[in-house]
Design a protein around this ligand. Structure first.
Ligand SMILES: [Zn+2]
Length: 190
C-alpha cells in the first residue's frame, strides 16, 4: 500500500500542499462528513440575512453577528467534519470586536481550517426552515453567495427551504432555523 506522501506524488498533487494532510490526516480516510444546525430569533429592526443574501422582510434575525443561521449551520458542518469545536469557539459572542460580523467570514474561516488540514469541500446541502418570508425566490442567490464564499461551484451547493407547517416557535414566525451537511474530500485523493 502506498504511504501518504507517495499517494500525493502519484496523483500529481504538489507534496508541499499536503504537508498538513500528512500531519493531521489519515491516508486511509478519503472523505469526512459533517452536520450543522442553528436557529436565531426573528426581531424587528434587523436585516434578514440568509446565506449572505439580504432578504426583504420586516423582521431580521437577532444575534451578535449578522445572525445568518444558514451560514452558521454550514460553517458548523465543516467544523464538525474536521472534529473541531463549533463557531462559538472561533467567534465567541462575548467578543465586542466581532459584533455585527458578516457571517461569510465565519464560513471562510471554516473552509480555511479544512484546507489547512488537507481537505476540500466536495459538496454541501442545506435546509432553511422559515414560516415567513418566502425563501424560495432567493435560493439561487444563496447558492451563488455560499459557493463564492467557499470557493466552490454553485452546483456543489444545495439549498432548500421549507416551512414548519405552523408548528412550534418557527411555525409561529418567531425564529428561523437551518440545517446543513457537508462532505469533505482529501486534497490528496482528488
Ligand atoms: Zn448562529
Amino acid at each position: 500500500m502506498l504511504n501518504g506522501l507517495n499517494r500525493v506524488i502519484s496523483v500529481g498533487v504538489e507534496p508541499d500542499k499536503c504537508l498538513d494532510w500528512e500531519m493531521y490526516g489519515d491516508e486511509n480516510e478519503p472523505m469526512r462528513i459533517g452536520y450543522g444546525y442553528d436557529i436565531h430569533r426573528l426581531v424587528e429592526g434587523r436585516p434578514l440575512v440568509l446565506g449572505g443574501v439580504v432578504i426583504p422582510c420586516e423582521f431580521g434575525l437577532d444575534g451578535h453577528s449578522d445572525a445568518d443561521c444558514l451560514t452558521h449551520a454550514l460553517a458548523d458542518a465543516i467544523f464538525g467534519a474536521l472534529s473541531l469545536p463549533d463557531i462559538g469557539h472561533w467567534f465567541p459572542n462575548t467578543d465586542p470586536s466581532i459584533r455585527g460580523i458578516d457571517s461569510r467570514k465565519i464560513l471562510e474561516k471554516a473552509v480555511q481550517e479544512a484546507v489547512t488540514r488537507g481537505w476540500t469541500v466536495g459538496n454541501v446541502d442545506c435546509v432553511v426552515v422559515a414560516e415567513h418570508p418566502r425563501i424560495g425566490p432567493h435560493l439561487d442567490a444563496m447558492r451563488a453567495s455560499l459557493s463564492a464564499t467557499m470557493g466552490i461551484r454553485p452546483d456543489q451547493v444545495g439549498v432548500k427551504a421549507t416551512t414548519n407547517e405552523r408548528v412550534g416557535d418557527i411555525g409561529r414566525g418567531l425564529a428561523i432555523a437551518a440545517h446543513a451537511i457537508c462532505l469533505l474530500k482529501s486534497v490528496c485523493d482528488v
